[in-house]
Design a protein around this ligand. Structure first.
Ligand SMILES: [Zn+2]
Length: 254
């Protein structure tokens, strides 16, 4: 299995090339083993980066095999609803960071039921496992706002791996109740999310990268800042005593 580049601009560009003509030159056709549609219209092939094309094809083939080459079942699960791969655009809310779609190494499936922040959406577990078996990272595993339609071929170290062997799973895990958190069994959700301590250590290990901010919406950033100032003011009052703080404030305004 290919070792995928880590999810930062330098490593992605070194592996896939610079988004634009350099990446476009390297796109090849992947013919899906089952019928797929884009906005209702049938597609013949998926344009994908040559370095990740075999992995995409293997994942689609595993999905096709898992569902017994049953096109109706694939359609009913929404897996045949292709929603885009190559797109030379920046990450939402960023002026500089390229989306992994800009490298031709990410694919969206069944966008209608698996939008931003839709928890784990309705993405069936065997589909998720098929991509993870190729080393891909699933957007449904993002911390903060999830992107369950999205699979990308970049290093997934630190993200949940294949939870269960595909062969043992009969029915897809469909989270159809529309809630945000999903209805995972406890042991499974425990595997999904590393403990806070572990994530903090990983973050420190990664040199304290601030890339996690990209997963936060602006109101979440505001909420964190407000919470932080509240804690700081609380600590000041606790440390100096309310009367002293009031006296200090009075001195400043007089
Ligand atoms: Zn995507």
């Amino acid at each position: 299995m290919t070792k995928w580049p880590r999810d930062n601009q330098a490593d992605l560009i070194a592996f896939y090339g610079t988004p634009g003509p350099d990446v476009e030159r390297q796109l090849v056709n992947v013919v899906p083993p089952f019928r797929m549609t884009y906005e209702g219209a049938p597609i013949k092939a998926i344009r994908f980066h040559r370095k990740a094309a075999a992995a995409l094809e293997a994942a689609l083939r595993e999905i096709w095999d898992h569902y017994g080459h049953d096109q109706k079942r694939i359609d009913a699960l929404g897996i045949s609803k292709y929603a885009g791969t190559y797109n030379p655009r920046k990450v939402r809310g960023s002026a500089t960071k390229w989306s992994n779609h800009a490298f031709g190494a990410a694919i969206d499936l069944n966008a209608a039921e698996n939008g931003f922040g839709a928890g784990h959406g309705t993405m069936p577990q065997p589909v998720i496992d098929a991509f993870k078996r190729q080393g891909a990272r699933w957007g449904g595993d993002y911390r903060g706002r999830t992107d369950p339609m999205h699979f990308e071929f970049c290093d997934a170290t630190g993200y949940p791996g294949v939870a269960r062997p595909v062969a043992l799973v009969d029915a897809p895990q469909v989270d159809g109740d529309g809630d945000q958190g999903g209805d995972d069994s406890t042991d499974f959700s425990a595997q999904r999310k590393p403990t806070f301590l572990k994530r903090a250590l990983q973050w420190l290990g990664a040199g304290g990268s601030l890339s996690f901010l990209g997963y936060l919406t602006s109101w979440q950033v505001v909420a964190i800042l407000c919470g932080f100032s509240l804690i700081v003011s609380g600590l000041i009052v606790w440390f100096f005593g309310a009367a002293n703080v009031r006296a200090w404030v009075a001195r400043q305004v007089s």
